[in-house]
Write a protein that binds this ligand. Structure first.
Ligand code: GUN
Length: 304
């Protein structure tokens, strides 16, 4: 490390740079399938309502889909949309051969049963990997489409650590979107996996046993420096907006589920927030879209 580098710079896992590299590989794969097989993968994104964070995600998804050479279709529905209308749209997208991937942005308004909608998506087009069939395939070692955020975490871990065999991974959080699939992926990579959560007895002591600590709880800076074993690799999935009075009245800043400065002093490597796991989610969505498009058409998936 050069003398002028920021302290701990070599410990920071740069998700922005890794995601940019992955997007380039996806773009090359898109060119290859287009030249070799004559099709362009297409992603349909469905947004119900006007949640501001969801609008930002959906805009970025559309932009990056087009930037990697794929087709992007957006369906924006009113917040008062009923379940049957949404299910009819999903049925149309399932039947549309030009659509390879379908993503319904979460959260959905409360009048809609989210799991029923997710399970209405054709599993072969389920680029979020949230359908019960894909969850089941992931759990049983089948050819699943894998949820994007945990997949992004796994790629960052393998890039940093190489083989994960024999490492003890503690995943804090048990959601269907991150915690559970993260644990399955780590198990598939031969780690020894513990799933911890808000009811785990002595959570700090459990975390201190981790060679790999994945925090996905949605609580700002809950994981403290003294919860981390010296040299551990820390993956912070949290994106929490908190007041930042030091920046001025009413200002906010983004923090993870890990107290970053404390953790940086102890960990061997850590993802920052922002710029760690966040950028990986959309990059993995693009990767899954190419994968879904190739599988549906029975063509070999190019290396990504
Ligand atoms: N809302 C927040 N993250 C996600 C995601 O990964 N997929 C979908 N569909 N909605 C989300």
């Amino acid at each position: 490390m050069s003398r002028t580098a920021e302290p701990g710079a070599d410990k920071r896992i740069d998700g922005r740079a890794f995601a940019a590299g992955l997007r380039e590989r996806v773009a090359r794969a898109v060119s290859t399938v287009s030249e070799t097989h004559g099709f362009t993968p297409g992603l349909a994104v469905v947004l119900v309502g006007e949640d501001p964070a969801s609008q930002v995600y959906v805009r970025n998804k559309g932009k990056q889909t087009v930037e990697t050479g794929m087709r992007s279709v957006e369906h924006r529905l009113d917040a008062s949309t009923d379940q049957d209308t949404l299910l009819k749209l999903i049925a149309d997208l399932n039947a549309d051969d030009a659509v390879d991937g379908i993503l319904v942005q979460l959260p959905l308004p409360e009048q809609i049963d989210a799991q029923a909608v997710l399970d209405a998506i054709e599993p072969a087009k389920d680029v979020d990997g949230f359908h019960v069939i894909n969850a089941g395939r992931l759990a049983t070692g089948g050819a699943a489409l894998v949820p994007c955020t945990p997949l992004g975490c796994l790629l960052l871990l393998q890039d940093r650590l190489g083989d994960l065999s024999g490492k003890h991974a503690v995943v804090v959080g048990r959601s269907n979107i991150v915690g559970k699939p993260m644990a399955q992926l780590l198990l598939g990579a031969n780690a020894t996996v513990t799933i911890a959560h808000s009811r785990t007895a002595d959570l700090p002591a459990m975390c201190r046993q981790a060679d790999i600590l994945v925090a996905a709880v949605g609580r700002p800076e809950m994981v403290r420096g003294d919860w981390i074993k010296t040299g551990a690799t820390v993956i912070d999935v949290g994106i929490n907006r908190v007041p930042a009075p030091e920046k001025g009245d009413g200002k906010t800043r983004l923090v993870g589920d890990v107290a970053f400065d404390e953790a940086l002093a102890v960990a061997g490597a850590i993802t920052p927030v922002p710029g760690g796991v966040g950028p990986m989610t959309i990059a993995c969505l693009l990767r899954n879209t190419v994968e879904a498009a190739c599988r549906r058409r029975g063509v070999t998936l190019p290396e990504m």
